[in-house]
Design a protein around this ligand. Sequence first.
Ligand SMILES: [Zn+2]
Ligand SMILES: [Zn+2]
Length: 134
Amino acid sequence: MSLTGECFCGSISYSIDGTLKDARSCHCSRCRKAFSSQASAYALVEPDEFQWTAGAGLLTNYQSEQGFGLQFCSRCGSTLCGTYKGVVHGITLGCLNENPQIEIGYHIFVGSKASWERLPDTVTKYPEGLPKKS
Ligand SMILES: [Zn+2]
Ligand SMILES: [Zn+2]
């Protein structure tokens, strides 16, 4: 499958030749601030299936001490992707142009969600991160 995405102002775009995996939404206080929203919404991508197609020089980065980072458009502020040690490993669902044929599978860190958010009862949710597989 081929997908494309772009930021709000359209300066930066990318394409994905492959399938997105593991779409999730995180409601922790850090994601709320990073995504300026009630939660993050992102999916994993194979690094070699992802490429910038325009405006990569306008990207700006934020990287945590643990090596996890985000890349934004320096013109409009859209958060486009998540990185680990500088390599793109996930994309924000909000910047996709097409239907990715996946849905958010689960909501994590709902135990620390914003007081003003109402989450439907029907979604799969966990108070913290994903439970460890036993
Ligand atoms: Zn932009
Ligand atoms: Zn989070």
